[in-house]
Design a binder for this molecule. Structure first.
Ligand code: FAD
Length: 416
């Protein structure tokens, strides 16, 4: 008996999870994505700051034990009438082989995620650093190391050292806050010992256009985070609009030009090129692909496409307004895999909100809905969350080994 073919677009939290949970005895599964690994995004800040080896922060899509086809390519458009994905190779070969090909499907699962939104800020796309995948995290760590080495050269003045070691983070959501936390740990502990001549000269500034940071947390927790940061040389500037990102500075509306060694952009998402190109119903905000509560993509006239599903950051269920988080992506992926495996379409998708956890540095953290849980307990909860997110036992053991070695002898990045 021939199996039905399912094509999955994307290898993020949504695409990867659904690919692993679909029954390969029942379906011929093909994944198309420019990335042959799936990033554990909650671990990227730690990996960028040397807490883990980068390989811990991603999971390969190809597994010996899984019968799944994978094409390293980008879906450029979908011909829904012909049930075909129009793909272009995305292999990083010098000179670039940009061959195009078609991938037919019986059922299609769209999970291409979002891309960073720089809100057309001058210079941001070219000069800022991002943390969306392991490649980005590697660039951040490389830049950090180069800044420290540059600042250590003879003849670099005290002011030049302070400017080079000033890290600007744009966006005070959980991602910006966690990278500030990990970096402040590195600056206050490990790097202060490794670069004693630079001690006290490293600082971080978080800018946010909103009146607060950590918008999805209670006010008392936001205040706790700002107070805790201020003791660790992390300044928070709210109501701050960035006008331009330059090579060695930013220009803000309120302060003018401020020198810095690196700008990390963690503010905002926007739709990716594929979502832009699809002629289907979309939400007003972002915009995202609109689905019904069974995750079927809706046509422009709002009728469901029975064989096309969308999930993850790229999609939202009509009238739901769910956040762009791994939590939502994974719950939808598990729901869809179960529905398709069992052929049971009677139960609509329902979302269960779990408490949000953010690390704020110095073994301190915050948990939404639990104002009394800041400090060590929140930090422990955040670490457990990291273990919970990793999908394989191998990765869980590697993380625990990294934590132990970090506790025992300091971070590998600063052990020289
Ligand atoms: C640093 C960081 C930390 C985070 N921490 C948390 C956290 O602690 N908790 C939480 O709940 N959420 C967290 N998030 C958010 C979470 O990572 C996202 O919500 C989640 O990744 C969304 O999953 P997704 O599969 O929809 O998209 P993504 O993970 O973005 O994956 C999209 C995939 O589609 C591929 N793709 C894109 N375009 C195409 C195309 N045209 N053709 C084929 N493939 C394509 C991409 O290459 C990628 O593989 C964090 C995000 C970041 C960046």
């Amino acid at each position: 008996m021939t199996k039905e073919s399912i094509v999955i677009v994307g290898t993020g939290w949504a695409g990867y999870t659904v690919s692993q949970q679909l029954d390969s005895k029942k379906f011929d599964i093909t994944i198309v994505s420019p990335e042959e690994t799936s990033a554990y995004t909650p671990l990227l800040a730690s990996a960028a700051c040397g807490l883990f080896d980068f390989s811990i922060a991603e999971e390969p899509v190809r597994h010996k034990s899984k019968n799944i086809a994978f094409y390293k390519a980008r879906v450029e458009n979908v011909d829904f009438a012909a049930k075909t994905c129009k793909c272009r190779a995305a292999c990083e070969i010098e000179g670039g082989d940009m061959r195009v090909f078609d991938v037919p499907y019986d059922r299609l699962i769209l999970a291409p995620g979002c891309v960073s939104n720089t809100f057309e800020t001058a210079g941001a796309a070219e000069k800022a650093f991002f943390v969306r995948n392991v490649a980005d995290a590697k660039k951040v760590q490389h830049r950090l190391r180069q800044l420290l080495e540059l600042a250590s050269l003879p003849g670099v003045s005290d002011q030049e050292q302070r400017d080079l070691l000033h890290i600007v983070i744009v966006g005070g959501g959980p991602t910006g806050v966690e990278i500030a936390a990990e970096m402040s740990d590195l600056f206050n502990d490990d790097f202060s010992k490794l670069y004693p001549n630079l001690k006290g000269k490293m600082r971080i500034t978080i800018h946010d256009t909103a009146h607060f940071i950590l918008g999805s947390f209670e006010e008392s927790l936001r205040e706790h985070a700002i107070e805790s940061f201020s003791k660790r040389n992390v300044q928070v500037i709210t109501d701050s609009k960035i006008k331009q990102v330059c090579m060695d500075s930013i220009i803000t509306e309120s302060e003018g030009e401020v020198k810095c060694g690196m700008v990390l952009w963690t503010a905002g998402n926007k739709q990716c090129a594929l979502v832009d190109s699809l002629n289907v119903a979309k939400t007003d905000r972002l915009p995202r692909i609109l689905t019904d509560e069974y995750l079927h993509v809706l046509e422009i006239d709002r009728s469901p496409m029975r064989d096309v599903f969308a999930l993850g950051d790229a999609a939202d269920v009509k009238k739901f307004f769910l956040p762009t988080t791994a939590e939502v992506a994974v719950q939808k992926a598990e729901y869809l895999a179960n529905t398709l495996n069992t052929d049971n379409y009677s139960t609509p998708f329902g979302y269960r909100q779990r408490p949000l956890v953010a690390y704020i540095g110095g073994h301190d953290g915050v948990i939404s809905g639990k104002p009394e849980w800041s400090g060590n307990r929140a930090w422990a909860a955040w670490r457990s969350k990291n273990l919970f997110w990793t999908r394989s036992w191998r990765r869980k053991l590697m993380i625990m080994a990294a934590w132990f070695l970090d506790w025992f002898g300091g971070k590998e990045i600063a052990r020289a």
